[in-house]
Design a binder for this molecule. Structure first.
Ligand code: NAP
Ligand code: GDD
Length: 326
């Protein structure tokens, strides 16, 4: 049988759902690791449930990873599972380290023993750069993580590099800058804003309460980024790449664009925004901007969706969910 098999951890999340769709379209047999829940519900992959094979397991449980890999016997592994919210990593640093850091050790050890020729993609992050003053950040920029989340992902990054160099395994890091979509979790700032704007249009509330609106990020579209993950595993050699747009915007820019897309006048925006110190973090990453020139040269990958298109996709989707028009 020539069918390629892919195993996705974090298949029920934003990126996992887009990646599963992408791989199914390419003819892969797709397996996904999912956690046990009291009330099982996978809203982002509901439409795929008859096309993918879900396997119960957890990144904190080595034996379940062992069983899942034995069942899937994958050619490609995409490790997207994580406690992915930076804010929560301050409240649950130990859990974050266990899932995001040790989880990668568990995965790599099992891959080494069960399917050592499988190619592994690790969802690494621009949070590794943290408090850096280097602009823009590229593959050789020194890491300076500034949260328990960033630190957990730093351990994972180096495990991937070390397993590659020590055991000759095909594993690589996608040092991925922020990427969003209509499937983004509601607690992340972009979705919180677009969902809040839709609620304001629907007259369900008046204000969106936020923290640091001066922070700047390099925001791309998740659907574009999963193609980069796949491309990294189609190469003959494992190479780490920054995945980014190369454009930077502040949270305030995102707010302004979202209200504009929903038909508000610029002078009315400030009334709908409140600052609430609950949404400040003990330490924040103020500026992130990726330099995508290596991935453009090496894989011919370039982010397709521009900032204003991304905001429009998210605002339109939330207005539709709310059942209102602009
Ligand atoms: P997401 O929507 O939060 O998805 C995370 C996934 O991980 C979910 O499917 C979640 O399952 C699963 N998960 C969490 N803890 C787990 C555990 N203990 N065992 C097994 N699965 C577990 O995140 P995303 O935005 O798609 O991001 C995907 C990956 O890219 C993450 O590793 C994230 O850290 C990394 N990343 C994301 C960005 C970004 O901007 N989106 C940027 C850089 C790096 P449940 O559905 O059960 O919660
Ligand atoms: N979530 C949130 N909520 N963030 C806020 C708020 C708020 O009310 N107000 C301001 N912000 C600021 C945060 O302080 C941060 O500076 C910025 O908005 C972005 O926050 P998030 O959307 O939560 O994303 P993140 O940049 O911390 O982390 C995301 O990107 C990383 C890559 O750089 C996550 O997807 C991580 O998993 C990913 O690794």
């Amino acid at each position: 049988m020539n069918e390629k098999r892919a195993f996705i951890t974090g298949i029920s999340g934003q990126d996992g759902s887009f990646l599963a769709e992408f791989l199914l379209e390419k003819g892969y047999k797709v397996f996904g690791l999912v956690r046990r829940m009291s009330n099982p519900s996978f809203p982002l992959i509901d439409h795929l449930l008859d096309k993918v094979t879900l396997i119960d397991g957890d990144m904190t449980d080595s034996h379940s990873i062992y069983k899942a890999l034995n069942e899937a016997m994958p050619h490609e592994i995409y490790n997207l599972a994580a406690q992915s919210f930076v804010g929560t990593s301050w409240k649950q640093p130990e859990l974050t380290a266990n899932v995001n850091g040790l989880g990668v050790a568990r995965l790599l050890e099992n891959v080494r023993n069960i399917c050592p020729s499988a190619k592994v993609f690790q969802a690494s992050t621009s949070e590794l750069y943290g408090n850096t003053t280097v602009m823009p950040q590229h593959e050789c920029t020194p890491f300076q993580p500034r949260s328990p989340y960033g630190i957990s992902k730093l351990y994972a990054y180096w495990m991937v590099v070390n397993y590659r160099e020590s055991y000759n395994m095909f594993c690589c890091n996608g040092i991925t800058f922020n990427h969003e979509s209509e499937r983004r979790g509601i607690e992340f700032v972009t979705r919180k804003i677009t969902h809040g704007v839709a609620e304001i249009v629907a007259r369900k509330r008046n204000k969106i309460l936020l923290g640091n609106t001066q922070a700047k990020r390099d925001w791309g579209y998740s659907k574009d980024y999963v193609e980069a993950f796949w491309l990294m595993l189609q190469q003959d050699e494992p190479v780490d790449y920054v995945v980014a747009t190369g454009e930077q915007h502040s949270v305030q820019d995102f707010i302004d664009e979202a209200f504009k897309q929903a038909g508000f006048d610029k002078e009315d925006v400030a009334y709908h925004i409140g600052i609430d110190e609950r949404y400040y973090r003990p330490a924040d990453v103020n500026y992130l901007l990726g330099d995508p020139s290596k991935i453009e040269r090496g894989l011919g990958w370039k982010a397709k969706t521009k900032f204003s298109e991304l905001v429009k996709i998210m605002v339109d989707s939330d207005l539709k969910l709310m059942g209102v028009n602009k």
